[in-house]
Design a protein. Structure first.
Length: 95
């Protein structure tokens, strides 16, 4: 199994600061049993594109790595108005 997929099994997401609803910390329950991701600390590039119902690019979801583990998700939007929720899986496209 790929290290990233292995790390996310049993993971729990939490939003610690409701004023910043589009950054989610990831609690990896099985992190000590996982293979580390051989990437430097920071966001994985490119992010995952977020499309609106017309197929227009409206944002990106960033996967953040720290010490070889997935530790956060961040939803960055490109529109003037903050989204009301995280994007649905049908809105995502690998960058």
């Amino acid at each position: 199994m790929a290290p990233l997929a292995e790390q996310t099994r049993g993971a729990a997401l939490s939003i610690d600061d409701p004023r910043v609803p589009f950054i989610a910390d990831i609690d990896l329950q099985n992190a000590t049993q996982c293979q580390l991701i051989p990437l430097p600390d920071g966001p994985i590039s490119p992010g995952i594109d977020v499309l609106d119902d017309k197929g227009m690019l409206v944002g990106t979801v960033l996967l953040w790595i720290e010490q070889g583990l997935l530790f956060a998700l961040e939803y960055a939007w490109y529109t003037d108005d903050m989204p009301s929720d995280w994007p649905h899986a049908s809105q995502l496209r690998a960058g």
